[in-house]
Design a protein around this ligand. Structure first.
Ligand code: C2E
Ligand code: MG
Ligand code: MG
Ligand code: MG
Length: 287
């Protein structure tokens, strides 16, 4: 009996594995065609300066709508895209699309807005990211300062010299660099001094309980102070409630992004927000 149940357990185990492997393969195959079938799009989430409530920028976030799979969340498909290498062509598309949109906003007279794009570690390490970024800026004719690249902490860990060189080359183009999900990785603080980073994005896992959990409050406070000492902007991700906002404002956090202000939205809605002057103090008029 023990043998039977052992075998059944084994069979169950492999079936579960196969199922998820099939799901994964199905998603990978669908994702492989998502670009050519026009199933990918970008939404943009506003980033707000806390002292002025001015809209400083937006983060471009991928959306995938497939006829069979429906709307698939990036939390599910980005890992598949990374494991399969598909993040490279997809990431290139995102960069081009975000720059094209930045150009449209600039043409509408909105030129103080920063458009942030998430760059996967694979894209950063395995492709000529500097050449790609330069080409995208040239092709769409946008001021480099309108583009921000969000990198992850883990990227800073390996081949630091090579990463540093690439980051310096990107900075030389004039784009901004930020560290996404800051606090969740292992970056040594000394790296922050060496790498040409413009801002830190406090991970939303810390922001979530900031009003109730003294440990999270201490971490957020420390990151804000670190930013102040190193002259880096600090933005809090995932702000959902007034009490989180109050805490961040009190601590002198520079800016914030989260459902409390706005969800990720299509580009046209961002334009509406900006043109309606809903965001106080926005300098929407080009010189
Ligand atoms: P991320 O770069 O940290 O992006 C922020 C995520 O937090 C977004 O999830 C956003 O919708 C979500 N978010 C923003 N405010 C709130 C809030 O107040 N509450 C909660 N609960 N969530 C909030 P999304 O769009 O599902 O993207 C998830 C992740 O997928 C991103 O995390 C990023 O790592 C990755 N991703 C998205 N688009 C791209 C892309 O174009 N390229 C790459 N490489 N990765 C991307
Ligand atoms: Mg991000
Ligand atoms: Mg983030
Ligand atoms: Mg995150």
């Amino acid at each position: 009996h023990a043998k039977d149940s052992g075998r059944n357990a084994f069979r169950f185990f492999t079936e579960a594995m196969n199922l998820s492997a099939i799901d994964r393969l199905r998603m990978e195959n669908a994702l492989r065609q998502a670009l050519e079938f026009g199933e990918l799009s970008l939404h943009y989430q506003p980033q707000v300066e806390l002292t002025t409530t001015r809209l400083l920028g937006v983060e471009a976030l991928l959306r995938w709508s497939n006829p069979v799979l429906g709307n698939v969340s990036p939390a599910r498909f980005i890992p598949v895209a990374e494991e399969s290498g598909l993040i490279v062509p997809i990431g290139e598309w995102v960069l081009g699309e975000a720059c094209a949109q930045a150009r449209r906003w600039r043409d509408e007279g909105i030129d103080t807005l920063t458009v942030a794009v998430n760059i996967s570690a694979l894209q950063f390490r395995r492709t000529d990211i500097v050449g790609k970024v330069r080409a995208a800026l040239d092709r769409h004719g946008i001021p480099p300062g309108m583009l921000e690249l969000e990198l992850t902490e883990s990227l800073l860990m390996h081949n630091a010299e090579e990463v540093l060189r690439t980051m310096n080359d990107l900075k030389a183009l004039g784009v901004k660099l930020s560290i996404d999900d800051f606090g969740t990785g292992y970056s040594s603080l000394s790296y922050l001094k060496r790498f040409p980073v413009d801002r830190l994005k406090i991970d939303r896992s810390f922001v979530n309980d900031v009003a109730d959990d003294p440990d999270d409050a201490a971490i957020v406070r420390a990151i804000v102070q670190l930013g102040r000492s190193l002259k880096l902007d600090v933005i809090a991700e995932g702000v959902e409630t007034p009490s989180q906002l109050d805490f961040l404002t009190m601590e002198g956090c520079h800016s914030a992004q989260g459902f409390y202000f706005a969800r990720p939205m299509p580009a046209a809605e961002v334009s509406t927000l900006l043109h309606a002057g809903i965001v106080a103090g926005g300098t929407q008029h080009a010189a």
